[in-house]
Write a protein that binds this ligand. Structure first.
Ligand code: NDP
Length: 444
C-alpha cells in the first residue's frame, strides 16, 4: 500500500463521523501523490502526512449567554489550531447551526494550504459555533460574541492565532469580539482581522474575497486567450463573498445574472443590481424576496437552481457541497468555460472530476478565495507597523498576489505533468512549502 493510501485509511478510521473533513483530506492527499512518491522514504520516516492531518490542538467550549427574554442559552464554541509551521494560526470563525467539529476541521485543514499559497507567513486554523445569528437582536449578538470571546481569548494572540470572519461573522461580530478581547486582556493588538476601519481594520478587507476571486478568474481566462468583458456569470450566495464577486465582475465588464441564499435564488437577466443587493443584505439584513419585489424582470425561485442557468463562468460563493454532480452536468451541457470557487469546498469531489474531465477550467477555493486571508494578513502587517494603507495600495497588492497564486498553481501542476489541473497544482504548491517547514523544524 502506498504511503498516501496508508495514511488515508488511518484518517478515515479515526474520523469516520466527519465526512466533510474526510472529503477535504482525500482531495488533498490524492492530488499530492506525485510529490509524496518522490519523497516517500523521508516523509514516511518523519510522519509528515500523519502530522499534517492531525490538528495541533482542538479547543471546544461552552458559550452561555442570555437572550432578550432573560432566558439563558447555551451553544458550543470551537477553535481548531491545525498547523503553524509557516506562521501564526489564521482562519475565520463560522457562526451557523450546521457547525460541528468536522466542519471546523475541514475548514482548518483547507486553510493550511490556502494560507501557504498566499506566500505570506500564516498557518492554518478555523473556529466557530453552532450559534445561529439569524433573527437575533444586536444585543443578543453582542451577548453571544462576548461570551464566545471570554473563552477564546485564552488561546489566541497577534503572534499565536488570529481569527477573522466567515459565514455568519461579519464586521458587527468582529467588533464585539475585539472589544471583549481588549477588555479581558487589556491589550490593543491585531488579534482579529476584518475589524472596523476606525479600530485597525484594513481598507479593501470587506471586498477582498470577492474581488480576489475575480482577479484570479480574470488571469485564468486571460491565459486561455479570453477576456471577462461580455461573459455571463452565475453566482450563488448573497453574503460577503457573493456581493463583492458580483461587484468586481461587473466592473470587469461581465454580467452576473443570479444570486441565492439558503431559501431560494434570483434570476435577473438584466444583471444583478449590486447596490440593491447590498442594501437588502448589509443594511436591512432581509431576504431575497425583497430583491425580486423591488426589481421588475427578476424572478425569484424557491430551493436550488442557479447552476441550471446558461453561463460562461460559474462562481459558487455560498457554502460547502452546493455544486453537485447533476449541477456539473447542467453547467457542461450549457457550455460553461470556467468554474472558480468563492466558497470553501462548494463543489463535491465527483462534480469536480466531471467538470475537469469535460475540459472546464476549474480553480479550487483554496486558491480562488484566498483573497480574504491575503488581505487579513495585510491587515496584520498594518497593525504591526501601526500604519494604514490606502484602498488602492491594498487592492493592488491583493491583485498581484492573486495573479501570483494563479501562476504558482499553474507551474506546480506543470512540474508534475498535470497541466491545467489546478486542484493538483494548488494542493502541491501549498503542501510543498508547509512540508519543507515541518521537516526543518523537527518532529513536533
Ligand atoms: P456570509 O454569511 O456573508 O454569506 C453566506 C451566504 O451563503 C448567504 O447568502 C447564505 O444564505 C448562504 N448560505 C449559507 N449556508 C448555506 C446553505 N447551507 N445553503 C445555501 N446557502 C447557504 O458568508 P461569506 O460570504 O463570508 O462566506 C461564503 C463562503 O465563502 C463560505 O464557504 C466561506 O467559508 C467562504 N469564504 C469566506 C471568506 C470571507 O472573507 N468572508 C474568505 C474565504 C472563504 P443565508 O443568509 O440564507 O444563510
Amino acid at each position: 500500500m502506498s504511503y498516501v493510501d496508508e495514511v488515508l485509511a488511518k484518517v478515515q478510521a479515526k474520523n469516520a463521523s466527519e465526512p466533510e473533513f474526510l472529503q477535504a483530506v482525500e482531495e488533498v492527499l490524492e492530488s499530492i501523490k506525485p510529490v509524496v512518491e518522490a519523497n516517500e522514504e523521508l516523509y514516511r520516516k518523519e510522519a509528515i502526512l500523519e502530522r499534517i492531518t492531525e490538528p495541533d490542538r482542538q479547543i471546544k467550549f461552552r458559550v452561555a449567554w442570555v437572550d432578550d427574554n432573560g432566558q439563558a442559552q447555551v451553544n458550543t464554541g470551537y477553535r481548531v489550531q491545525f498547523n503553524n509551521a509557516i506562521g501564526p494560526y489564521k482562519g475565520g470563525l463560522r457562526l451557523h447551526p450546521s457547525v460541528y467539529i468536522g466542519i471546523i476541521k475541514f475548514l482548518g485543514f483547507e486553510q493550511i494550504f490556502k494560507n501557504s499559497l498566499t506566500g505570506l507567513p500564516i498557518g492554518g486554523g478555523k473556529g466557530g459555533s453552532d450559534f445561529d445569528p439569524k433573527g437575533k437582536s444586536d444585543r443578543e449578538i453582542m451577548a453571544f460574541c462576548q461570551s464566545f470571546m471570554t473563552e477564546l481569548s485564552k488561546y489566541i494572540g497577534a503572534d499565536i492565532d488570529v481569527p477573522a470572519g466567515d459565514i455568519g461573522t461579519g464586521a458587527r461580530e468582529i467588533g464585539y469580539m475585539f472589544g471583549q478581547y481588549k477588555r479581558i486582556r487589556n491589550s490593543y493588538e491585531g488579534v482579529l482581522t476584518g475589524k472596523g476601519l476606525s479600530f485597525g481594520g484594513s481598507l479593501a478587507r470587506t471586498e477582498a474575497t470577492g474581488y480576489g476571486l475575480l482577479y484570479i478568474t480574470e488571469e485564468l481566462i486571460k491565459c486561455h486567450g479570453q477576456e471577462m468583458k461580455g461573459k455571463i456569470c452565475v453566482v450563488s450566495g448573497s453574503g460577503n463573498v457573493a456581493i463583492y464577486a458580483i461587484q468586481k465582475a461587473h466592473q470587469l465588464g461581465a454580467k452576473v445574472v443570479t444570486r441565492s441564499d439558503s431559501t431560494g435564488w434570483i434570476y435577473d437577466p438584466e444583471g444583478i443590481d449590486v447596490e440593491l443587493l447590498k442594501e437588502i443584505k448589509e443594511v436591512k439584513r432581509a431576504r431575497l424576496t425583497e430583491y425580486a419585489a423591488a426589481r421588475p424582470g427578476a424572478e425569484y425561485h424557491e430551493g436550488r437552481g442557479v447552476w441550471a442557468i446558461k453561463c460562461d463562468i460559474a462562481l459558487p460563493c455560498a457554502t460547502q457541497n452546493e455544486l453537485q454532480i447533476e449541477d456539473a452536468k447542467a453547467l457542461v451541457a450549457n457550455g460553461v468555460t470556467a468554474v472558480c470557487e468563492g466558497a470553501n469546498m462548494p463543489t463535491t469531489l465527483d462534480a469536480t472530476k466531471y467538470l475537469q474531465d469535460n475540459g472546464v477550467l476549474f480553480v479550487p477555493g483554496k486558491a480562488a478565495n484566498a483573497g480574504g486571508v491575503v488581505t487579513s494578513a495585510l491587515e496584520m502587517s498594518q497593525n504591526s507597523e501601526r500604519l494604514s494603507w490606502t484602498f488602492e495600495e491594498v487592492d493592488a497588492k491583493l491583485n498581484q498576489i492573486m495573479v501570483n497564486i494563479y501562476h504558482n498553481i499553474d507551474d506546480a501542476a506543470k512540474r508534475y505533468g498535470k497541466e491545467g489541473d489546478y486542484v493538483a497544482g494548488a494542493n502541491i504548491a501549498g503542501f510543498e512549502k508547509v512540508a519543507d517547514a515541518m521537516l526543518a523544524q523537527g518532529v513536533c
